[in-house]
Design a protein around this ligand. Structure first.
Ligand code: AHR
Length: 495
């Protein structure tokens, strides 16, 4: 238990840390429920206002939030997906049964062109997940050629016939997803050999090839794949890791996304904070085999996973998003920022209508969730340099268990220092003293909070949770005292 006379943040503004890759603010879009169809893509003939079939409201909201990278087509779906079924005239494409998610039949109208054009429209880097579970090396090679090559070849001819003259710029390639589970039920040793085989043929300038890494704290998986890459570390640039936050920690009954009390609020935040320990454990293993730290960690699925909302279709993973989720987002993003030297990317699951989404849609309506506003608030950290900080915080305790009340991270870009702070305690305003080594003034401050941690934004109702201006005291003698309201997330900008 931490007992301090005073909560403090010490900022050494002159000490420039590593760059916070913008990809740490990445997202994930899977053919799952209404993420792609309805959430992103409604087709050109839809009554819902759209740009070439993409929902206009969603496109505008995502541009404003800033999506640096977007992963597709899965998830578990990716290892059932055959990309050639999703090209050519939409009406001629064969359908696919989404065996993992609801067993629904999809018409493949959203395929490679539709995804990559969407990325160009919203200004994001695509991250394609290759089918290793039920695909082949040849299928993967041809996809890479179709998408990225400017050579004369059968695949580039096919792409041109389908209306795209120039290749797309795709840097990020995931080779298999959760190959320890839905992506093929493989052993780590078998998969690592398969990865080497695929990676040898996935070739292109500046490619970042991601090896499927562990779930949560499975360091045995990390150890095996890293040891199997000895002497061949250049085949990968990133090890992926997946970690979901479940209030109960039990996949059978995870807990409600809207109807919960302090026990579930506390256990959710307690559970989400475990990610930092898991990250450190995996990094220790990786650095044992890669002393220079060239291979980075990619948290390519993270976020909350609750019981699906009553009345929604099984397997569609639809949940609401409250102030509790804003805290989860703020805490995780602070942790990722503080590991910017070794975490090169992170993708929250998922971008629209699935799990911890920034955006929810229902027919013509769209809401921005509390998680949306955290991503919007934190986008100031993208491509900024980490400013290391020393944090001393009291605990937030509940029935004998404790977590740190405060988390924080800071960065500097163009002379502006941005500090993001979360206060997990739902019962108490926490006062903190922030000391700077330079004479800076508060240029801007924003807060996300609400009366209750169960508050959320609902369809057809006035928006309850968003960002508002926050007034702080002035900096005096390089000291700033801030009172951070209960269950809130704060951005402080100093100049
Ligand atoms: O995000 C939902 C699912 O969670 C993904 O399809 C899978 O990779 C993970 O188990």
């Amino acid at each position: 238990m931490n007992v301090f006379a005073q909560n403090t943040i010490v900022l050494n503004v002159d000490s420039v840390g590593p760059k916070i890759n913008k990809e740490i603010y990445g997202h994930f879009s899977e053919h799952l429920g209404t993420c792609i169809y309805e959430g992103i893509y409604v087709g050109k003939d839809s009554e819902i206002p759209n740009i070439n079939g993409y929902r206009k409201d969603v496109v505008e909201a995502l541009k404003e939030m800033k999506v640096p990278v977007l992963r597709w087509p899965g998830g578990c779906f990716a290892d059932t997906y055959h990309w050639k079924d999703g090209i050519g005239q939409q009406e001629d494409r064969p359908s696919i049964v989404n065996v993992f998610w609801g067993g629904v039949t999809e018409d493949n109208s959203f395929g490679t062109h539709e995804f990559l054009d969407f990325c160009e429209l919203i200004g994001t880097e695509p991250y394609l997940s290759i089918n290793v579970g039920s695909g082949s090396v040849q299928e993967a090679m041809e996809w890479v050629e179709y998408v990225t090559s400017s050579d004369e070849s059968p695949m580039t001819e096919l792409r041109k016939e389908n209306g795209r003259e120039d290749p797309w710029d795709v840097k990020f390639w995931g080779i298999g997803n959760e190959t320890w589970g839905c992506g093929g039920e493989m052993s780590p040793g078998y998969y690592a050999d398969l990865f080497r085989n695929y990676s040898a043929y996935i070739r292109g300038n500046g490619f970042q090839k991601v090896i499927c890494g562990p779930s949560a704290d499975d360091t045995h998986w990390t150890e095996t794949i890293m040891s199997k890459l000895q002497g061949k570390l250049n085949l990968t640039q990133g090890v992926s890791m997946h970690y979901y936050t479940l209030p109960t920690g039990n996949w059978g009954s995870k807990g409600s996304s809207v109807d919960f009390e302090e026990d579930m609020y506390f256990s959710t935040l307690h559970g989400t904070m475990k990610i930092e320990d898991y990250i450190n454990q995996h990094l220790a293993v990786m650095l044992k085999y890669d002393k220079e730290g060239k291979v980075k960690l990619i948290v390519d699925e993270w976020g909350t996973w609750y019981d699906q909302l009553p009345g929604t279709k099984g397997g569609f993973l639809q949940q609401q998003n409250t102030v509790r989720d804003a805290l989860v987002a703020g805490i995780n993003l602070n942790i990722f920022n503080n590991h910017a030297d070794m975490i090169s990317m992170a993708n929250i699951a998922q971008i629209v209508n699935v799990l911890q989404s920034p955006i929810l849609t229902k027919g013509k309506e769209m809401v921005k969730t509390p998680t949306y506003y955290i991503f919007k608030m934190y986008n100031v950290h993208q491509e900024a340099n980490l400013v290391p900080l020393e944090l001393q915080t009291e605990d937030y305790s509940y029935e004998g268990e404790s977590i740190p009340a405060i988390t924080a991270s800071a960065s500097e870009k163009d002379g502006v220092v941005s500090v993001t702070i979360t206060n997990a305690n739902p019962n108490k305003t926490v006062s903190i003293n922030c000391s700077l080594n330079k004479d800076l003034k508060v240029a801007d401050a924003k807060i996300l909070t609400s009366n209750s941690y169960t508050d959320y934004n609902d369809f057809g109702k006035e928006e309850k949770v968003s960002l508002s201006d926050f007034s702080t005291a002035e900096v005096r003698d390089k000291q700033l005292n801030i009172s951070i309201p209960a269950h809130s997330v704060l951005l402080l900008q100093l100049q």
